[in-house]
Design a protein. Structure first.
Length: 538
């Protein structure tokens, strides 16, 4: 038989019971009530934050009419949440913050191949209508976790809701958008050499934008799931193999990713930082490692510290856009070809070297129903990167020889331009833009990238600007003021609609005698109308 336990069992004396009662009362007023109010405040803040982000997206989208919209990672708040909570946050993302946006379909998000379909033609109405609605979602650490947290389950739920983590999109500028003289200079291996009106230039290709979405969360090691890292390495290798050779002009690569490239402490707000789980896997990082960054820029963009490399080592034109560092940063990564080479760093452990030497073979897809845009070019003149770019894993692998190497450097964009580093022939480089956070605490920022094609140089040019819409406090102040005004207006309308009552005031009767005559009394009737008129009867 169970014995019921009462308060008197735990506190048998009046003194103990009274003492505990006061403790409970203090906890209730000073702990429970504040905690409940704080929880309520956080719920309201979360609700408002969704609409603050929605206001940003809606305002910038309406004002700028962009061709593409990308969110550079950390779409949800934590990689540790349950699947149910993940789905709830995903609904908030699509139905509140980015209402009207669409996930990029899997059949459009393509794996790199020499034979490929265009995702669209720039400047056409159909293209604009479709891609203005689609949102390019980059996977961040709060979405799928760092390398030591990333599992198949986390990756599957992200891709199910937000789209693939690794893919490319190719957009072509139609020749109709070019001048007739410019269009006539495009390389055309199928045209007759003496065809009237043609002035082919062998290094000019049809203008094209290549957008690469890259999962950078498992580029560094050690990882929890080697299968997913193999996929990322294979993706980068195929991006490299299917890129045009560095000698050709007309193509421009935009890489969208989350973790910034390596740069020395002091260049940006976030310095290089790595921590690891107890099992040795990567727990957290502020930037990619120097080796991963080297493979990134040398592989994808074909940059090289050797002036005798293809294209003089100057690589392909492009830009890197990423997030992660909430403060944002704008940097120029370059390598000095005239600088004396230094002995390589051989301090890396054999285990790390083994991880960085993982081979992810990549083969060109054999799809006859797609157009191979280099099939008519001689093997010695193929406009692809197979002759001038190493695979990502080959670049990042540590060379145990004593062959001297040149190191990559980084400067802020402002310093690089003022010092004359940008554009110098012996200093090949690429610009990396870390977009400042769109969170209210950082000013609510949106990055605006504008690219256009220059026919004279046959190259893409671009400019970047940050649009800050203001902190969330401004948004709250405006909407709280709107709410107060709306409430007062409703009260006023209700009061105005109430039945009007007529009141009468009768003066006290008084008698005064003057010359033996009694004066008549006066009464005043107040009309309850809105004009407040006063009618007097005598």
């Amino acid at each position: 038989m169970h014995r019921l336990v009462s308060r008197s069992d735990d506190y048998p004396t009046f003194h103990a019971s009274t003492k505990q009662a006061f403790h409970d009362l203090v906890d209730f007023y000073f702990d429970d009530i504040p905690a409940t109010l704080e929880s309520f405040r956080k719920r309201i803040d979360l609700f408002g934050n969704d609409f603050y982000l929605a206001h940003m997206f809606r305002a910038v989208h309406w004002w700028t009419v962009p061709t593409h919209v990308a969110v550079l990672g950390d779409l949800v708040g934590s990689q540790w949440i349950s699947d149910e909570e993940f789905d709830r946050r995903a609904r908030r993302y699509w139905h509140r913050a980015f209402k009207g946006g669409e996930r990029v379909p899997d059949e459009v998000a393509a794996w790199p191949a020499s034979a490929y379909d265009l995702a669209g033609e720039l400047g056409t109405k159909l293209y604009d209508d479709v891609w203005q609605r689609r949102i390019l979602n980059v996977a961040g650490n709060h979405d799928i976790g760092y390398a030591g947290d990333l599992t198949n389950e986390r990756m599957d739920r992200f891709e199910r809701v937000f789209g693939k983590a690794n893919y490319e999109l190719r957009f072509e500028l139609p020749t109709s958008a070019l001048s007739p003289a410019g269009a006539a200079t495009i390389r055309n291996d199928t045209a007759e050499a003496d065809q009237e009106g043609r002035t082919d230039q062998n290094d000019r290709l049809t203008p094209e934008l290549r957008i690469v979405l890259l999962n950078s969360m498992n580029l560094d090691t050690p990882v929890a799931t080697t299968e997913l890292q193999d996929q990322t390495y294979s993706f980068i290798n195929d991006v490299i193999n299917t890129a045009t050779a560095v000698e050709f002009k007309g193509h421009f690569t935009v890489v969208l990713t989350h973790v910034p490239l390596y740069k020395a402490e002091g260049t940006c707000v976030d310095a290089p930082f790595f921590t690891f789980h107890d099992d040795g896997t990567l727990k957290e990082q502020n930037q990619l490692s120097a080796d991963a960054s080297k493979g990134f820029v040398e592989g994808i963009f074909g940059l090289n510290g050797d002036a005798n490399a293809a294209g003089g080592g100057m690589g392909r034109r492009g830009v890197v856009l990423n997030g992660h560092d909430h403060e944002g940063c704008d940097t120029w990564h370059f390598i000095n070809q005239s600088e004396p080479a230094k002995p390589p760093d051989t301090s890396q452990s054999s285990e790390d070297a083994h991880e960085s030497e993982k081979l992810a073979d990549s083969e060109d897809a054999d799809e006859p129903d797609k157009i191979d845009r280099s099939e008519d070019v001689e093997d010695t003149e193929r406009p692809d990167a197979s002759r001038d770019s190493e695979l990502f894993n080959d670049i990042t692998a540590h060379d145990e020889s004593t062959q001297p190497v040149r190191e990559w450097q980084a400067r802020t964009w402002r310093n690089a331009t003022s010092e004359g580093i940008v554009g110098t022939p012996s200093l090949p480089g690429v610009r990396e833009i870390t977009v400042r956070s769109m969170m209210g605490g950082y000013g609510g920022n949106a990055g605006l990238l504008s690219a256009w094609f220059d026919e004279e140089t046959w190259e893409w040019r671009f400019e970047y600007a940050t649009c800050a819409l203001g902190t969330q406090h401004l948004w709250w102040a405006v909407h709280i003021t709107d709410l107060i005004v709306a409430v007062l207006l409703v009260i006023y309308m209700v009061m105005s609609a109430l039945p009007r009552r007529e009141t009468k005031t009768v003066a006290k009767e008084g008698h005064s005698k003057a010359n033996g005559k009694a004066h008549g009394l006066s009464s005043t009737s107040v009309n309850g109308g809105t004009n407040g008129e006063l009618a007097e009867k005598i």
